[in-house]
Design a protein around this ligand. Structure first.
Ligand SMILES: Nc1ncnc2c1ncn2[C@@H]1O[C@H](COP(=O)(O)OP(=O)(O)OP(=O)(O)O)[C@@H](O)[C@H]1O
Length: 261
C-alpha cells in the first residue's frame, strides 16, 4: 500500500473573503515526485501557500503523516517541510552561502548560528547543484537562474521530509532543468524525500513525476499516474491547444503540438 506523506481533505483556500479553490482532496504519496499542473491563475501557488501555512486555511484539514498540521508548532513544521518559492528579488546582499545556510535554521536552537557541520551541509547542497563556485558571491549579484538554484540548495540544506517547489525550473537553462529534477528524483528514491511541485511543462511531469494532479479551469482536480492524468483532452480543455503524445522508447513519450493541416 502506498504511504501518504501529505493529505488534503476538503481544503478551501484563497485571500480574505475570496475563495480561489473550494474543495480540494489530495493524497500525496511518500517518497515520490508529485506534480501539479494547471493554467495561469487557477490557484496552484495559493494552494501551495495554504499547504505551507503561509495563508490561513479557509476550510478543511491538512495532514502530514496522518496528523493535523494545524496542531504542529512552527519549529516542527519547518523541520519537516521546505519551500522553494518562485524566484524573487532579495532585499539584502547576503552571500550565497549565507542564504543557503538559512536552510539549516530549522535544525538549530533559538539564536544559534550555523556551525561547521551546517556550513558543510550548505556547501554540499551547492556542489550538488553544480553552483559551488557561487558560494561567496552576493546573492543580489547573480543571475535569476542562479538565484533559483540557490533557493533550491537552501531547501535541500534544510533536509526536509517534504520539498514543495513552485515552478522550480522556470528560469533554469535546459541542462539545469533536467539535472535539478533528476537530482530530486534520486533523493525520492534514496532518502524517501517527497517532492511536491508545479510546472507549466507537461513533458516535465511525464518524465519526472510518479503522480500528477491536473487542475482544470473550473477548479476540478484529477489525480492519477502521469499517463492517465495528462491527456490530450485535458490539454485541449485547459490550454486550448491540440497535442499528441509521440512514443519514445524507454520513456512515457513526449507531448508535441498536433500538426496543423
Ligand atoms: N495576494 C493576493 N491577493 C488576492 N488575490 C490573489 C493574490 N495572489 C494571487 N491572487 C489571485 O488568486 C488567483 C490564483 O492565483 P495563483 O497565483 O494561485 O495562481 P497560479 O495557478 O499559481 O498561477 P500561475 O501559473 O500564473 O503562477 C488568481 O486569480 C490571482 O489573481
Amino acid at each position: 500500500m502506498t504511504e501518504i506523506a501529505m493529505q488534503l481533505e476538503g481544503v478551501a483556500c484563497g485571500y480574505g473573503a475570496r475563495t480561489v479553490l473550494a474543495n480540494v482532496d489530495l493524497s500525496i504519496p511518500r517518497g515520490k515526485l508529485f506534480c501539479l499542473l494547471g493554467p495561469n491563475g487557477v490557484g496552484k501557488t495559493t494552494l501551495f501557500k495554504t499547504m505551507l501555512r503561509l495563508l490561513p486555511l479557509q476550510r478543511g484539514v491538512i495532514r502530514i503523516g496522518g496528523e493535523d498540521v494545524a496542531r504542529w508548532s512552527d519549529a516542527r513544521f519547518a523541520k519537516t517541510v521546505a519551500y522553494v518559492p518562485q524566484a524573487h528579488t532579495p532585499p539584502f546582499p547576503f552571500s550565497v552561502i549565507d542564504v543557503v545556510s538559512i536552510g539549516r535554521a530549522a535544525h538549530l536552537g533559538p539564536f544559534a548560528a550555523p556551525g561547521a557541520s551546517d556550513l558543510a551541509v550548505a556547501r554540499q547542497a551547492l556542489e550538488t547543484l553544480a553552483i559551488g563556485h557561487l558560494a561567496e558571491r552576493p546573492y543580489t549579484e547573480i543571475s535569476g537562474g542562479e538565484r533559483q538554484l540557490a533557493l533550491i540548495a537552501r531547501a535541500l540544506a534544510q533536509q526536509p521530509e517534504i520539498l514543495v517547489m513552485d515552478e522550480p525550473t522556470a528560469s533554469l537553462d535546459f541542462g539545469h532543468q533536467i539535472r535539478v529534477l533528476d537530482h530530486v528524483c534520486e533523493l525520492t528514491r534514496r532518502s524517501k524525500l517527497t517532492v511536491v511541485m508545479t510546472s507549466h511543462d507537461p513533458n516535465q511531469a511525464l518524465r519526472h513525476a510518479q503522480s500528477v494532479a491536473t487542475l482544470g479551469r473550473n477548479g476540478a482536480v484529477f489525480v492519477g499516474c502521469p499517463s492517465a492524468a495528462i491527456t490530450e483532452n485535458y490539454l485541449f480543455d485547459t490550454y486550448g491547444v491540440r497535442t499528441q503524445r509521440v512514443a519514445v522508447p524507454g520513456s512515457r513519450g513526449v507531448i508535441v503540438p498536433a500538426q496543423q493541416d
